[in-house]
Design a protein around this ligand. Structure first.
Ligand SMILES: Nc1ncnc2c1ncn2[C@@H]1O[C@H](COP(=O)(O)OP(=O)(O)OP(=O)(O)O)[C@@H](O)[C@H]1O
Ligand SMILES: [Mg+2]
Length: 470
């Protein structure tokens, strides 16, 4: 960090020079405003200016004004004679970061300098994040710059224009619905309907009648003829959410729509033709459902022409700061607040959390923090306790119950919790988990064997193929 001192008094310059150098700063000095402005015009990188208001030649205030015009984000700390309150007020009006009256204590200067530089660093960081957000790393409101998310963006771009059906997989809260909408809106079908069907929440008959429609009198309660969602979505896309919950009978009918592009309303014998693209989503393991024979293999292969597998948030932690910034903006606007950023401590808590509820959980966390926030930064106190004290809630209670407890079992339980957590933090990489626990990898391995914790040997490989096109 380089600081420019502008003062005509040699003694003062020397004192400041010595104090700041001792703190590790690089120091330049100028005796007049003209000289200072020359420095700023040259290619010298300067991070902060300390400026005496009483200068020969062009005045300190004029120099300040010129600096603010040339470089509005460069912080300027002004030094004023104790008697010159007016000078101090004028300097603050002209955008000085702070003023220090003479005579001053060295600590006061150091403190103010560090504060100004910290503020500058934060505002640079914010600018950078905002620029990133608006340019490269969002696609149709989907935020992410991790390798895994870039692959997802590529996949969406490739898949959108095609006619193929798409299967989106991923844990709860990873953005499956967001991706489905993005695909529709980037497709030639964008001008037609995007219809969402929550296959999980309806009983089978209702699901069928809402998908395919029904004739008057087709079943008790069918008082009028009704169009199904496949008709509504004609020319557009239908989003079948929670596809894993559909029963076998309805699966057979779906298969027919996909294969023949035709179907019948319940209670009707007329076949209707439609042109609908199916985007299906699931957080269930369809392979397992197929093995259990609760999901039809032929339907799976029809849906699974293109698969998009959304990575859980804990496998792409580098996206967390970007998502935090995005949700800060969103909820600040919604709540008419100005919450600009997150303290380093709060960010650390969020970087360490495993986010089982993925982006939805992160979004809810930020919304809550913004609502509770009274200042302009999110501090750790605004985060829920279970984020801040993970071990307290996750670890077995450290109490001896009335009936007594086996110390050996309690210790094993504790060890198991710690090991599972560090494996989680380390994305399953045992060597890293051992580092986190400050034990040798071989020790961790022995402990895992003793405690019956199975290594996920594919933990890393699985990440690398987060998005696979079949
Ligand atoms: N990459 C992302 N960028 C910005 N917002 C996201 C991202 N991923 C998810 N979200 C937001 O998180 C919330 C949950 O996303 P969404 O509903 O798409 O998840 P889902 O995978 O369908 O979850 P579920 O399986 O529980 O239905 C939404 O508010 C969504 O806007
Ligand atoms: Mg969803």
């Amino acid at each position: 960090m380089r600081i420019l001192i502008v003062d005509d008094e040699e003694v003062l310059r020397d004192v400041l020079d010595a104090v700041l150098r001792r703190e590790g700063f690089d120091v330049l000095s100028a005796t007049t405003g003209e000289e200072a402005l020359n420095y700023l015009d040259s290619s010298e990188e300067i991070d902060l200016v300390i400026l005496d208001v009483m200068l020969p030649g062009i005045s300190g205030i004029d120099t300040l004004r010129a600096i603010r015009i040339a470089n509005p984000t460069l912080p300027v700390i002004v030094i004023t004679a104790f008697s010159s309150i007016d000078g101090a007020i004028e300097a603050m009006k002209q955008g000085a970061f702070h003023y220090i009256p003479k005579p001053f204590k060295n600590e006061e200067v150091i403190l103010t300098v560090n504060k100004a530089l910290e503020q500058r660093r934060l505002s640079h960081e914010n600018e950078r994040l905002k620029a990133e957000l608006s340019e490269k790393f969002s696609y149709a409101n989907i935020i992410g710059k991790s390798e895994a998310m870039r692959k997802i963006f590529d996949l969406i771009r490739q898949a959108a224009p095609s006619r193929s059906n798409i299967l989106i997989q991923g844990e709860s809260g990873t953005g499956k619905e967001l991706v489905a909408k993005a695909i529709h809106h980037a497709s030639p079908r964008a001008r037609n309907a995007f219809v969402t069907v929550n296959s999980g929440s309806l009983p089978p008959e209702l699901l069928e009648s809402s998908l395919f429609g029904h004739m008057k009198g087709a079943f008790t309660g069918a008082i009028a003829t009704k169009r199904g969602l496949f008709e509504v979505a004609d020319g557009g896309s239908i989003f079948l959410d929670e596809i894993g919950n559909i029963n076998l009978e309805t699966q057979a009918k779906l298969l027919r729509v996909i294969q023949e592009k035709e179907f019948m309303r319940l209670g009707s014998v007329d076949t209707l033709k439609v042109d609908v693209r199916i985007i299906a989503a699931t957080n269930a393991d369809l392979q397992k459902l197929m093995a259990d024979r609760t999901f039809r293999e032929d339907l799976f292969y029809r849906l699974n022409v293109i698969t998009i597998t959304l990575p859980p948030l804990r496998r792409r932690r580098e996206d967390i700061p970007l998502l935090v910034q995005h949700f800060l903006q969103k909820y600040s606007e919604e709540n008419r607040r100005i919450v600009r950023d997150v303290t380093a401590d709060a960010m650390r808590v969020m970087m360490d959390h495993p986010w089982p509820g993925n982006v939805r959980e992160l979004e809810n966390t930020i919304e809550r923090a913004v609502v509770l926030c009274t200042g302009d930064r999110i501090t750790p106190e605004l985060l829920p306790d279970y984020l801040r004290y993970p071990t307290r809630t996750d670890s077995p209670a450290m109490v001896v119950p009335q009936e007594g407890i086996s110390l050996k079992d309690a210790v094993s339980n504790y060890e198991r919790t710690m090991i599972l957590q560090s494996l989680e933090l380390a994305n399953g990489v045992q060597k890293r988990a051992a580092e986190l626990l400050q034990v040798k990898p071989s020790t961790l391995n022995e402990m895992m064997k003793r405690l019956g914790i199975h290594a996920k040997s594919n933990a890393v490989a699985e990440d690398e193929v987060a998005a696979v096109e079949s």
